[in-house]
Write a protein that binds this ligand. Structure first.
Ligand code: NAD
Ligand code: ZN
Length: 251
């Protein structure tokens, strides 16, 4: 029987408009813990108490202290890992067109992918709740909690909290590229957060092959994924790229 990774390499080496849907798992090997799964933040805190927009607006100081401050410290030094690099290599081979990411860490852009849809916004910028001015997260003064804008208003990251809408353009473009792709790589997502988790369904309904990379099974694994590759993105992606390059010796 042909190994799943070889089979995935067969599919991808012929693909012309592949899309990746990534989640927190692809950044685990960059030192950023996911929400769910082993070692996830939710083992320690209740998502609806800290990552919901109502919780933030009720008590921004607590949400900054429990969630946002630590995220900033982690993201200040995080660097792309071989999982992110593999997606850049796939783009350079002319196979991958777009990355739809649920992550807010900016690591796909740092790695070098040119078309990244930030489905849940990003952590690079903060907005003032009062005057709406934007400030770079790297310039936020963490000595006062919650951090404030020069006008005195409280700052919030430009990420989508639970209870908030997905940015309209990100949603529409994600649906469009998912419907048009010939293969979708679903990497490091628990596929439990909607509407991001519908993208593989849209892709499959329109004829794409679904290749999933995750060390644990997800709700997609048995029903939707054509080729589940069990393992961490940082080890599977380099193996997959090696198998693809063997099939395309000139590249
Ligand atoms: P999730 O936290 O719900 O699930 C993480 C998934 O990654 C799990 O299925 C886990 O088995 C898998 N995983 C763990 N290690 C992996 C590895 N080495 N390689 C591949 N997969 C691995 O993640 P989600 O589905 O993205 O949903 C959580 C939400 O939290 C997202 O919307 C995102 O905005 C946010 N979030 C983002 C970051 C980030 O930006 N890095 C970090 C935490 C949470
Ligand atoms: Zn302000």
């Amino acid at each position: 029987m042909i190994e799943p990774i070889e089979h995935a390499a067969d599919i991808l080496s012929k693909a012309k408009s592949a899309v990746a849907l990534t989640g927190a798992g692809i950044s685990v090997e960059s030192g950023i813990p996911p929400f769910r799964g082993k070692g996830g933040l939710w083992e320690k805190i209740d998502p609806m108490k800290v990552a919901h927009i109502d919780a933030f607006l009720d008590d921004p100081e607590t949400v900054w202290k429990l969630l946002i401050k630590d995220m900033k410290t982690l993201l200040d030094t995080a660097r792309p890992n071989p999982g992110h690099i593999g997606l850049v290599d796939l783009e350079r081979l002319g196979i991958l067109k777009t990355v739809i990411t649920q992550n807010v860490d900016g690591l796909h852009q740092m790695a070098g992918n040119s078309d990244v849809i930030e489905f849940h916004g990003n952590f690079a910028w903060q907005s003032c709740l009062d005057c709406n001015q934007s400030i770079k997260t790297s310039q936020v003064d963490l000595t006062q909690m919650p951090p404030r804008c020069s006008c005195g208003g409280i700052l919030r990251p430009d990420c989508v909290f639970f209870g908030e809408m997905i940015p309209h353009d990100a949603l529409i473009r994600s649906q469009r590229v998912s419907a048009a792709c010939d293969a979708m790589l679903v990497i490091g997502t628990s596929a439990l957060v909607q509407p991001a988790a519908t993208m593989p369904l849209i892709a499959k309904d329109n004829g794409a092959v679904i290749i999933e990379i995750n060390p644990e099974p997800t709700p997609l694994t048995s029903r939707i994924s054509d080729l589940p590759l069990l393992g961490g993105a940082g080890s599977i992606m380099p193996r997959l790229l090696k198998a693809i390059r063997r099939r395309r010796p000139s590249t």
